[in-house]
Design a protein around this ligand. Structure first.
Ligand SMILES: [Zn+2]
Ligand SMILES: [Zn+2]
Length: 350
């Protein structure tokens, strides 16, 4: 183990949503089969600002969209070397349990338990042995900023497979934050014939068109179902991806779905919230409801491939960059949404 590393480092510790501090914490020490990564960049995820989700776990070091350079490796590590540029996934499955054998990696108990130490928003991260199976070396043309999009892009890839987008489909994507934009780009990569995007913020609607949506609906001016009906001649959308984690958005998504289609809930509601549905409508239209939580090791590889081919790039999606010391601002901006998409925390240049 290298010894020229500091004994402490800066990390972003979330105590609550109004109390996010940059603190000095001990440098995590890699075991013989772990690696230590010097973080270059870490993205702020919309999930990082779901207060009910995060405050149950606080205090904690957030950040599951990091990329950086291997700074040290354990004595028994052979698959990585100091200096390798990597994306490291926060969670990794065991590959041997029943759920893993069914390909349900995000439902694997090991996946849920595993995590980067202490979290991506720190100067250094210990990547435990189990996480090395989803630590990916970056092709030369993939920058650290691009690589910080691997995890969110992988969530879009997994959702797209789950909703079953096939070439020729009309896909409706509601909620045009960065995940909505990624869903547009990934839907196109999956061969969607027509992509309709919906939001209520004009800037986001224009951005969606710039990034490949064929048509947009301003839901502040008309209902989603009316807009989709008008654009499709009453046929509606075969695949619907609901971005906002609200029951109103979910209900709207169901009403905009074509007979025989599938509606995907991309974001959770807080626990205990009930959604009113009309089984009669679902039944006689044979509409399938699906959900997709996070992403697994196959999705990250597919996402990195899309990024490596330039289909997904930081230049299109990153709107704000903050030094580590201003990380609290990055969270506040992400929570506000508005005219922002992805905010990055630039750790190494801080
Ligand atoms: Zn994320
Ligand atoms: Zn497993």
């Amino acid at each position: 183990m290298k010894t020229d590393l500091p004994s402490t480092m800066a990390a972003v510790v979330v105590h609550s949503f109004t109390d996010i501090r940059v603190e000095q914490v001990p440098l995590p020490l890699p075991g013989p089969r772990d690696i230590l990564v010097r973080v270059a960049v870490c993205g702020v995820c919309s999930g990082d600002v779901m207060d009910w989700y995060i405050e149950a776990k606080a205090p904690l070091v957030l950040g599951h969209e990091p990329a950086g350079t291997v700074a040290a490796i354990g004595a028994e590590v052979t698959s990585f070397a100091v200096g390798d540029r990597v994306f490291m996934h926060h969670h990794a499955p065991c590959f041997v349990c029943e759920r893993c054998r069914q390909g349900l990696y995000t439902l694997c108990p090991t996946w849920k338990r595993s995590r980067l130490d202490p979290g991506g928003m720190a100067e250094y991260v210990r990547v435990p042995e189990i996480n090395l199976s989803d630590t990916l070396k970056l092709p030369d043309q993939v920058s650290f900023e691009d690589a910080s999009l691997v995890e969110p892009a992988a969530c879009a890839v997994k959702g797209m497979a789950k909703v079953g987008v096939l070439p020729g489909d009309t896909v409706l994507i509601t909620g045009l934050g960065v995940m909505g934009m990624l869903n547009i780009q990934v839907a196109r990569a999956f061969g969607a014939a027509r992509i309709i995007a919906a939001d209520r913020i004009p800037w986001r609607l224009q951005k969606a068109l710039d990034l490949g949506a064929d048509a947009v609906i301003d839901v502040s001016r008309q209902s989603l179902a009316e807009g989709v009906s008008r654009l499709t001649g009453g046929a509606m959308a075969r695949r619907v991806i609901v971005g906002p984690g609200t029951t109103a958005a979910m209900a709207d998504g169901i009403r905009a779905c074509a007979p025989g289609g599938t509606v995907l809930f991309f974001t959770p509601t807080p626990p205990g919230i009930l959604l009113e549905i009309e089984p009669h409508f679902l039944y006689f239209n044979e509409i399938t409801l699906a959900s997709s939580y996070s992403c697994g090791p196959l999705d990250t590889r597919q996402a990195l491939d899309l990024i490596g081919r330039g289909v997904i790039a930081a230049r299109d999606l990153v709107t704000h960059r903050f030094p580590l010391i201003e990380a609290a601002e990055a969270f506040a901006l992400t929570a506000r949404g508005g005219d922002s998409l992805k905010a990055l925390v630039l750790v190494e240049t801080s």
